[in-house]
Design a protein around this ligand. Structure first.
Ligand code: BGC
Length: 775
């Protein structure tokens, strides 16, 4: 931070007093910055607080505008300069605001769309963009300006509590899906905030954990998705994450926020912290973290003091203020948009219902057990069938008007369910809800409460009679997780009650000549290897938002053909993931809000707890299938896997080279009896070079339109040759080795349909010096 002239704030004040008519316009931002006092600048940089959280600091100008009750934060209004306060709201499964307001009979419910993992499982950028358009329309019509989404941290380990919000273990899938989402939302003239930038791959001690990661893994795995989203979709804002990276707070990291984000990627938007992230306002400003949300006294003071004592350059303050004002002038609030508070929730319910079916993954389907045929009556088992989970908890939850349970969805579709089972489950659920209400902590922590109703012991109901009375048995298994905590091993495994439920119900169904189907209402990967051969079919329905039960019924009945594929590997055992050696497993750490408990500890720090105070990403780039495929390790379901009610044939694979890209084409034909969509994936194996490489890496993918039986479509997938590069730490550059690359077209990472070869020339792309040495 450079020394500065102490006279500048004073000059600003003098100017300010002479320019009473000066008001913010799109073309006078520099003039406005020059007219602002230092206090106003510091106020604009830090937020104006959060409802219900005591800020304990003076506020210059206006406080929380209160325009959108339930907003996570606002920027400060500085009325004398015509700077309005803009509203920042969560995300990402829909707009999160308060559904009811004081002295107001109207309701302000928002649509709960499918969770991020489900959207990514569609592998369909066009569809995700459409969902984004609908979601962004609610942002606009409820008077908000920026949606704090999408969330695209890498699924490093299945136990991360927020994986449901995130997309994939693969950065290409994450980046492409995020870019589509951002484009959809921003087509409404409202902003997004891609988060959490970056390395927020565990919730345990998320504000204090020091992620220790190699420069190569940083570039190739953890930042690649953000890079794609920034370059392809220009999100209005980026949200820096809570954790430390190699010893520095992310929100105070010049390497991350300036050298990489601004210099390498040419990002021109605004960066904000995650809520209460980081402590040292001056360091955050210096790093290029433009806005500190929702702002603390200490941060405010350190900006003022830093400028006054010369340790913080006013030019850096002005640069950040300018970037905040550039955001403000784009906002609907600044433009005076007359919002209605009446988005078309009915139309959006239809969009979420349809989109959810496209991301459900059919894991098993023996003898075409699905779609249901000649089924009228269903014996419906499993607590979540009656108490459906729409999405995860925390800031990613949405205040929706309703959730369609699977029970309701099946009834809406014309099925009958067994009344005795319904009675038993509902009574059990009521009892469980009372127990959960008593256990739920008060206040903010309640938001993060993830315990769900325990499964009913199948032996307590006459399941054989229920099956005898029905045409098919359906069993749901549910899981929920959320912000502030990671999942436990027990959450990954099925417990004895659940296993018994699957075993006994399937055995009874088979004994009666009927089929048993399992539906998974989950937000993260679970263990399947030990029981997946028992039932006739398994549908991973994820958490499909408020219309979830209808969407599942559409798939079960055959009205919709599931076309999702897994964006992460389902291991036999979660410990098969290399990252499980360095992940907080069953550790209880209370979530710290509003205070900084820990200071980027390293393994050498006395008393530092492994995987809590610091986490060493020893697996490097070997995350997900990059690990399993290189190790040739058995998995329960591979990356990219998913069945359909129809079958597809791959033919005529071709590859051509152009100046800077490879073009891969393949014809896909629907060879089955019903209409359906297929997702083709392109994996590349590099020739041997100086760096070790994974056995294969996904480089492109495409989804067909809905193909009628017998219909074909030629898919074209492009790979820029620079995307074949690996990051060479010794050269601090992206390096493409010359040689023959094997380009594979697959239906999953383990179902390769064709192999092609391409010769590629060497290339080197130098980048900024960032994260050069681990601290
Ligand atoms: C979460 C963010 C969220 C913010 C505002 C934080 O605790 O990590 O994802 O956008 O709160 O609610």
């Amino acid at each position: 931070m450079k020394k500065l002239l102490l006279t500048i704030p004073l000059a600003g004040m003098i100017l300010a007093s002479c320019s009473e008519d000066l008001k913010l316009r799109e073309d006078n931002i520099d003039e406005i910055v020059a007219a602002m006092t230092l206090e106003e600048k510091a106020q604009l940089i830090i937020g104006v607080g959060m409802d219900g959280v005591d800020l304990d600091r003076p506020v210059v100008g206006s406080t929380n505008s209160g325009k959108v009750p339930g907003a996570a934060g606002y920027t400060a209004a500085i009325e004398r300069l015509g700077i309005p306060s803009i509203a920042l709201c969560d995300g990402p499964a829909g707009l999160r605001i308060q559904p009811k307001r004081e002295n107001d009979n109207a309701t302000y419910y928002c649509t709960h769309f499918p969770i991020g993992t489900l959207l990514a499982s569609t592998w369909d950028q066009e569809l995700v963009e459409k969902v984004g358009e609908a979601m962004g329309n609610e942002v606009l019509e409820y008077g908000a300006d920026v949606l704090l989404a999408p969330a695209l941290n890498i699924h490093r380990n299945p136990l991360c509590g927020r994986n449901f919000e995130y997309y994939s273990e693969d950065p290409i899938v994450s980046g492409k899906i995020a870019a589509a989402y951002v484009k959809g939302i921003q087509s409404n003239g409202v902003g997004t905030s891609i988060k959490h930038f970056a390395f927020n791959n565990q919730e345990t001690n998320r504000m204090g954990d020091n992620a220790i990661i190699s420069t190569r893994a940083i570039r190739e795995i953890y930042l690649k998705g953000f890079e794609i989203a920034v370059k392809e979709a220009a999100p209005w804002t980026v949200m820096s994450s809570y954790n430390y990276i190699n010893g520095d707070y992310d929100s105070e990291s010049v390497d991350l926020l300036t050298n990489i984000l601004r210099d390498d990627w040419k990002y021109a938007g605004t960066v904000m912290t995650d809520w209460f992230g980081g402590t040292d306002g001056a360091r955050q400003v210096h790093a290029g973290n433009d806005m500190l949300q929702p702002g603390r006294q200490g941060q405010y003071q350190s900006i003022i003091d830093g400028v006054k004592n010369g340790t913080l350059d006013i030019a850096e303050v002005d640069r950040n203020v300018k970037r905040i004002l550039q955001l403000v002038v784009k906002s609907p609030t600044f433009k005076g948009y007359k919002y209605t508070n009446k988005p078309d929730l009915t139309a959006h319910a239809e969009i979420t219902r349809k989109s959810a079916t496209e991301g459900m993954v059919l894991l098993e389907n023996k003898d075409a057990a699905l779609p249901l045929k000649d089924v009228k009556k269903i014996a419906l088992f499993g607590i979540t069938a009656y108490n459906w989970i729409a999405g995860g908890t925390g800031s990613g939850d949405v205040n929706r008007a309703y959730t369609v349970s699977l029970l309701d969805g099946l009834k809406n579709a014309g099925f009958e369910t067994n009344p005795n089972l319904q009675k038993a489950y509902q009574e059990w659920n009521d009892k469980e809800q009372k127990r959960l209400d008593a256990a739920r902590p008060e206040g903010l922590a309640g938001l993060m409460f993830t315990e769900v109703a325990k499964e009913l012991d199948v032996n307590t109901v006459d399941y054989k009679a229920a099956i005898a009375d029905a045409d098919v048995a359906l069993i749901t298994i549910g899981r929920i997780s959320g912000e502030g905590g990671d999942r436990k091993v027990e959450d990954f495994e099925l417990n004895t009650t659940e296993k018994e439920l699957i075993q006994k119900v399937t055995a009874a169904a088979h004994a009666a000549g009927k089929k048993a189907i399992v539906v998974l209402n989950i937000g993260g990967v679970i263990e399947t290897a030990s029981w997946k051969n028992i039932p006739d079919a398994i549908l991973c329905a994820w958490q499909g938002g408020q219309e979830g039960g209808n969407s599942v019924a559409d798939v079960l009945s055959g009205k919709a053909n599931p076309s999702g594929k897994l964006t992460m590997t389902w291991p036999v055992n979660f410990r098969d993931h290399k990252s499980s050696e360095n992940f907080p497993i069953n550790v209880e750490v209370p979530m710290a809000m509003g205070k900084n408990p820990i200071e980027g500890k390293t393994p050498e720090t006395e008393g530092a707890i492994k995987n809590v105070d610091y986490t060493i990403y020893e697996e490097g780039i070997y995350v997900g299938y990059r690990w399993f495929d290189t190790q040739k390790m058995a998995v329960s379901y591979p990356f990219g896997y998913g069945k359909s009610y129809t079958t597809f044939e791959y033919s005529n694979p071709t590859i051509t080279s152009e100046a800077d890209k490879l073009i891969v084409t393949v014809d896909i034909k629907n060879t089955g009896a019903v209409e359906g969509k297929e997702i083709a994936q392109v994996y590349v194996t590099a020739p041997a070079g100086t760096l070790d490489k994974p056995a294969q890496e996904l480089k492109a993918f495409a989804k067909t339109k809905s193909l009628k039986p017998g219909e074909s479509q030629s898919l074209k997938m492009e790979i820029k040759t620079t995307d074949l590069a690996s990051f060479d730490e010794a050269k601090n550059a992206w390096v493409v080795d010359a040689g023959e690359y094997t380009v594979k077209i697959g239906a999953s990472s383990r179902d390769i349909k064709a192999e092609l070869k391409a010769n590629v020339a060497a290339s080197t792309t130098n980048v900024s010096k960032a994260f050069m040495a681990q601290k």
